[in-house]
Design a protein. Structure first.
Length: 88
């Protein structure tokens, strides 16, 4: 996590396209889960493997965003355009 020029927190999570494919179904399900339902969020995220460091970081960042009521960031993390890094 870094701090932006205006002092707000910026979460840096970059998933490759093939990593996004692994989390996309869970991300879509999370879009329907309110941030206050921590148990459901964790239950969905627990379905993802912990074998990829970037996916583990993405999971932790989603939980952190929900815990700190960062609604914009929570929703942004669930979209590939924010989470995904273009590769060549």
């Amino acid at each position: 996590m870094t701090q932006t020029a205006d002092g707000s927190k910026a979460y840096e999570v970059r998933l490759l396209p093939e990593e996004w494919e692994l989390v996309a179904e869970i991300a879509d399900a999370l879009k329907e889960v309110p941030m206050y339902e921590a148990g459901k969020i964790r239950s969905l995220l627990d379905q993802l493997p912990d074998t990829n460091d970037r996916i583990v970081q993405w999971k932790k960042t989603v939980i952190r965003a929900a815990r700190h009521w960062e609604s914009n960031m929570y929703q942004a993390l669930l979209k590939p355009s924010v989470s995904q890094e273009a590769t060549e």
